[in-house]
Design a protein around this ligand. Structure first.
Ligand code: BGC
Length: 419
């Protein structure tokens, strides 16, 4: 009888990393979000005071949830000034990959006026990562727009596609050392929140605009991928795609049929249109949805501090679904809001085990980037949702390694997970 394995090994060179985005950590940025927050911080504090009572962490997070200042990104976690010491944290964990983004509003604060000192600073960051033996993966658009782009209608306006190309050209040509480029982050999440639910700027609820923006983002990816390759023939172009596992409740036939169109629209529609313009797929996986036609079913999985069901098993299914594109895959985000660090270790372990199974079943998975390196600004939820491998005290800006990060580091250093 063959013995059950006690650990699962990953292939040599598997890229273990962590992910962030500029607006969520840097601080001191003026863009469409910063303007929107100023108008909405009180409204958001009231909204989450109502909703937060249902969340896991209400008892100990309520002060933060109720405080309007929490919904203003302000100084971020001061990464713009602390990037060098923050990059040391990556090595402290033994990580060899880092996903970050470049803030368009910093690079081009006024239409056509590029701030070359800012581009140089980003280039310096990328050099420094490489010098540390860390492979950067750089996102060009992670939800935020310069105010002058928002003023012409943001992604509703086709002109934005051309402006985005010009921005991409400037950045990519001045960062020749960088190879992994991600054009867009989670187009469907953004479009849903910005144009259907109206929870994010520009706060619209307009189905026509919703479809229009998805179409424009598809074009934006295609065009930007050409611009990136022209600016750097060695570049590898990807997208960070939010896919979800739509799980049929109790495996009933009606539910199996019901998940098909939803899965097609949410997971595949965008990729079907751009996969020829991709060198790799980035998968952002956070949660699953249990479908009990015609509704969503309540799940028995634990619920995170922001009310999200924690179903790490779904990463296996979403990875397997990507095999059809025959492209290398990276998990470019995966994580949870867990200020007390109660579930993070479990979540990381389960996700890594599921990734391993997916690889056994033929998924060409090349790396995993945990969201996030640091506690950061969680969009409309502000600073009370804490996703960091390192906690951050925003008064002192001190970083502290969470216990779960030590566990993640063991996986990284041994390139394996113990069962
Ligand atoms: C986004 C991140 C966000 C994370 C956690 C993803 O949707 O790309 O910016 O912080 O999820 O909610």
């Amino acid at each position: 009888m063959s013995k059950q394995p006690t650990e699962l090994n990953f292939p040599e060179g598997f890229l273990w990393g962590a992910a962030t985005s500029a607006y969520q950590i840097e601080g001191g940025i003026t863009n469409d979000w910063s303007e929107w927050e100023k108008k909405n911080s009180v409204i958001l504090s009231k909204k989450y005071t109502r909703e937060g009572k249902r969340y896991l962490g209400w008892d100990y997070l309520k002060e933060d949830i109720q405080n309007p200042a929490n919904y203003l990104s302000g100084d971020g976690v001061d990464h713009w000034n602390r990037w060098e010491s923050d990059f040391k944290l990556l090595s402290e964990l033994g990580l060899k990959g880092y996903r970050m983004s470049i803030e368009w509003a910093r690079v081009e604060p006024v239409e056509g006026e590029f701030d070359f000192a800012v581009i140089d600073k980003y280039a310096q960051m990328l050099y420094s990562l490489r010098a540390q033996g860390i492979e950067p993966m750089v996102t060009l658009w992670h939800f935020t727009l310069p105010t002058w782009v928002a003023d012409i209608g943001g992604w509703e306006n086709k002109q934005t596609i051309e402006y985005f190309d010009r921005f991409a050209q400037q950045v990519v040509s001045k960062c020749p050392q960088n190879t992994h480029w991600i054009t867009l982050n989670e187009p469907e999440i953004y479009t849903r929140e910005a144009y259907l639910t109206g929870k994010w700027p520009p706060g619209r609820r307009a189905i026509g605009k919703y479809f229009g923006v998805i179409g424009n983002l598809i074009d934006a990816h295609k065009k930007a991928s050409r611009v990136i390759r022209q600016a750097n023939p060695n570049a590898l172009v990807g997208i960070a795609k939010n896919n979800t596992y739509f799980q049929p409740y109790k495996d009933r036939l009606i539910n199996k049929l019901a998940v098909k169109p939803v899965t097609w629209w949410w997971n595949r529609y965008f990729l079907n249109r751009i996969h020829k313009d991709l060198d790799f797929i980035g998968l952002n996986y956070y949660f699953h949805r249990v479908v009990n036609f015609p509704l969503l079913a309540k799940d028995l999985d634990p619920i995170s501090e922001i009310g999200v069901e924690l179903g790490p098993h779904g990463i296996y299914h979403t990875l397997k679904e990507l095999r059809r594109y025959k492209l290398p895959v990276y998990v470019t985000e995966n994580g949870l809001a867990d200020s007390t660090d109660e579930h993070r270790k479990w979540f990381i372990k389960q996700s890594v085990v599921e990734m391993h199974s997916a690889m056994q079943d033929g998924v060409d998975l090349r790396g995993y980037f945990h969201w996030s390196l640091l506690d950061n600004f969680e969009w409309d939820k502000g600073y009370w949702a804490r996703f960091g491998l390192y906690s951050v005290n925003r008064e002192t800006m001190q970083r502290e390694m969470r216990e779960s990060a030590k566990y993640y580091s063991e996986i990284v250093r041994s390139n394996s997970v113990k069962l």
